[in-house]
Ligand binder design. Structure first.
Ligand code: NAI
Length: 384
């Protein structure tokens, strides 16, 4: 069939298989051209099908020559409904990895569940023996724990209601948005879903099963961002979950020495998870413009290639005083943030196209779903 984008505010309900394959192929090409990294050889990526997790899998495979096992939660096509982009991305990745003679298996199911953890352990035992790197890159709206309780994450403040400029994604205009405070249940839900509990559960499970190689490393992705977005991000429900994730890394390192847990604080980028956060898309668009002008803009693949090649596997792991890897170094650069602040004060509906990279925002957005590639013929029938 002919697949067209169907965009509803911050989500696209269709995905283009050829375009998703193009998205993966471009990331593979980037890594291949950048060159080999002396890094891990057997890698488990939890949340491997889109965004930062997909970029991690691609960097591990095509940069380090690693065998990869990927965990994801994606929907295949049914009838006239396309699959989710992560499903197509994974198919495309597996094909390219196989062409290179690399092992690449994927488990499609709920990473929070015991069943998927056990299936993962069995697969590692059977196919890989052990893994030397575990990437934790889940971004999920909810989690069902083993006693059947469903926790839902919320994107709210933890203090008072917060009103700020926001990008109206329907009209590309600037309007004001108020983010309401979370109630205790919403805060708890967000920490349960996006905090460190499940990561620790994964590492305990893998460690107890003996499938972690000596000196294995695990990395979970986090975000801090500027003061401007603190009320909705770092001091909001999601930030509280990230703070829980950071504390979990410290606790895991204190309680055992079989592996080391790192937090990598990454750059703000348009992904399926992040475009749903209020206020933040306007920050993205302004940041994109400034970082592109400065020549410091990166996408997921550039971030993760730099993480592997310069911070994680270049001898001593590069961390800040709190032990965190800072991939947001260029985003948080003083002059960059000063320019963001100045722009933020001035931006309105009349000048937003000039002051913010609205086109860049939408380009990234469409690319995530396999649309907007000039090398893909979208008028052609495609097998979904
Ligand atoms: P994403 O939405 O592109 O990727 C999420 C991944 O998790 C997908 O592979 C999806 O299949 C998987 N997933 C979701 N629920 C699952 C479940 N129940 N079981 C198995 N797999 C499941 O998100 P993105 O942005 O790449 O986020 C990954 C991590 O990076 C998150 O922790 C996020 O907070 C962090 N991060 C994101 C930044 C951004 O600006 N996008 C910035 C810094 C950190």
């Amino acid at each position: 069939m002919i697949v067209e984008p169907k965009v509803r505010e911050f989500i696209c309900t269709t995905a283009h298989p050829t375009g998703c394959a193009e998205n993966v192929a471009r990331q593979v090409k980037y890594v291949t051209e950048k060159g080999t990294i002396q890094g891990p050889k057997k890698v488990l990526v939890i949340g491997a099908s889109t965004g930062y997790g997909l970029a991690s899998r691609i960097t591990a495979a095509f940069g380090c020559g690693a065998d990869t096992l990927g965990i994801m939660f994606e929907r295949p096509a049914n009838g006239r409904r396309t699959a989710t982009p992560g499903y197509y991305n994974t198919k495309a990745f597996e094909k390219l990895a196989a062409e290179k003679g690399l092992y690449a298996k994927s488990i499609n199911g709920d990473a929070f569940s015991r069943e998927i953890k056990e299936q993962t352990v069995e697969t590692i035992k059977k196919d890989l023996g052990q893994v030397d790197l575990v990437i934790y890159s889940l971004a999920a709206p909810r989690r069902t724990t083993e006693d059947g309780t469903v926790y839902t994450s919320a994107l709210k403040t933890t203090g008072e209601a917060f009103t700020e400029k926001s990008l109206d994604l329907k009209h590309n205009t600037v309007s004001e948005k108020t983010v309401e405070p979370a109630n205790p249940e919403e805060l708890e839900g967000t920490i349960k879903v996006m905090g460190g509990e499940d990561w620790e559960d994964w590492m305990d499970t893998l460690s107890a099963a003996g499938v972690l190689a000596e000196n294995a490393v695990t990395v979970a992705y986090s975000y801090i961002g500027p003061k401007l977005t603190y009320p909705i991000y770092y001091e909001g429900t999601i930030g509280r979950a990230k703070q829980h994730l950071h504390k979990t890394a410290d606790r895991m390192n204190e309680k055992q020495s079989a592996y080391h847990a790192y937090i990598s604080v990454n750059k703000a980028l348009v992904t399926q998870a992040s475009s749903a956060i209020p206020v933040v898309p306007l920050y993205f668009a302004i940041l994109y413009r400034i970082m592109k002008e400065k020549g410091t803009h990166e996408g997921c693949i550039e971030q993760i290639y730099r993480l592997f090649s310069q911070k994680l596997f270049a001898g001593q792991v590069c961390t800040d005083a709190d032990g965190r890897i800072r991939m947001d170094d260029w985003e948080m650069d003083e002059d960059t943030q000063k320019q963001v602040e100045d722009t933020w004060k001035k931006v309105n509906s009349d000048n937003v196209r000039e002051l913010a990279d609205i086109e860049g925002y939408w380009e990234d957005f469409y690319h995530m779903f396999g649309f907007g590639f000039d090398t893909v013929d979208y008028t052609k029938d495609v097998e979904i």
